[in-house]
Design a protein around this ligand. Sequence first.
Ligand code: ARG
Length: 457
Amino acid sequence: MAVKMWAGRTAGATDKLADDFNSSIHFDCRMYKQDIMGSMAHAAMLGKQNIISQTEAEQLIAGLTDILADIDSGKLEIAMDCEDIHMFVEQVLTERLGDLGKKLHTARSRNDQVALDLRMNLRDEAETIIGLISDNVKSLLSVVKDNKTTILPGYTHLQRAQPITFAHHLLAYCMMLLRDMDRFSDMKKRMNVSPIGSCALAGTTYDTDRYFEAEKLGFDSICLNSIDGVSDRDFVVEFISCCSVLMMHLSRLSEELILWSSWEFKFVELSDSYTTGSSIMPQKKNPDMAELIRGKTGRVYGDLMGILTTLKGLPLAYNKDMQEDKECVFDAVDTVKMCLMVMANMIATMRVIPENMKRAAQEGFINATDLADYLVKKGMPFRSAYKISGTIVAECISKKLVLETYPLEEYKKHSDLICEDVYNEISLETCVEKRISVGGTGLESIETQIKFVEEQL
Ligand code: ARG
């Protein structure tokens, strides 16, 4: 039975099973850097405010600097039998500096310490994630630029609907991912508020300087209510929400990659390095990576539900339940980062097969709207034009023809307004080029969209 640093009222001798249950070091050890940096700022503040002497503050900072360097270099291994990372650092500091180490925790509690560490950790992770999303946008953009005039069917209800370009389709994902980047930056603003100095919950009787600590640690401001500072984890909820929206986007893209790489579509071929084979069927090339991204989306949603549920019934202020925040959010962080790295490479290495896209576009009567529009431009009301176009499509199907090969004399039976120029009007290229509305699939709009995405990056 290990004796705890908090031994006092109790003997601090807990059962091994209780220790294992209570301990968080195996997941909060990843915050060691933030924990030590927070402690350095705290020691500096204690010295500046004459709560400890200036020399003591300097010795504490030097001791903490050594601990950080030793963990970084692998010289000091984090002891997994400690309760948490905060206790570990303080314990090592006290072993190395003696009684002076015990002064560090003046005017502080693990309650504000853990809130601080987590905010600092997630603020860094948010930056990393923003960078990885941007890599994905860049990967997509390079495929976009190669496929500005690659025609494929655009779908609604997964039925061929209207011709679009592959650039247009992928640019839709670029826009979604840009908003994801923006969501993370926006969330970061609310997260970047310092809880340190809230202490256990009520503040402290020492003359501390919370603004000094916050500034040293790169925060924009401080939590003005100490109970709020130690109690809320809305920043964790927001962080995982951002992750969830992002994963939803990645999952939809994955679903399309899975469809597109099937024999039924064959619009793209994923690279060998991002597919797997089957252990029994030699012909198989499975889009496992895309499927896993789609699958892991559910897991991130689970992390979100987990933290929301953990928090919903908690009275203020700190409750040990809140230790559960870290496993959800770290799982979301790791999952999202991995998925983003895989997706960026998968997109960058896939082969686009424009011929198959074109073939699908030719077979789906996706220019039927354009045939109707042609009649409207010649003076026919849209509903009548729509009806005629639909009837012609039905005839084409029964005669195994497409609108492009339907004979003019047959067209004429439906309306005198149809002349030779119809063929140019309903060609897929014209259908795409004519969609000149802002945001549409026409080339000018695509160029504008590319420019927009580049500017945002
Ligand atoms: N390991 C704890 C956590 O993650 C640190 C805070 C402990 N505070 C306490 N009053 N027991 O939440």
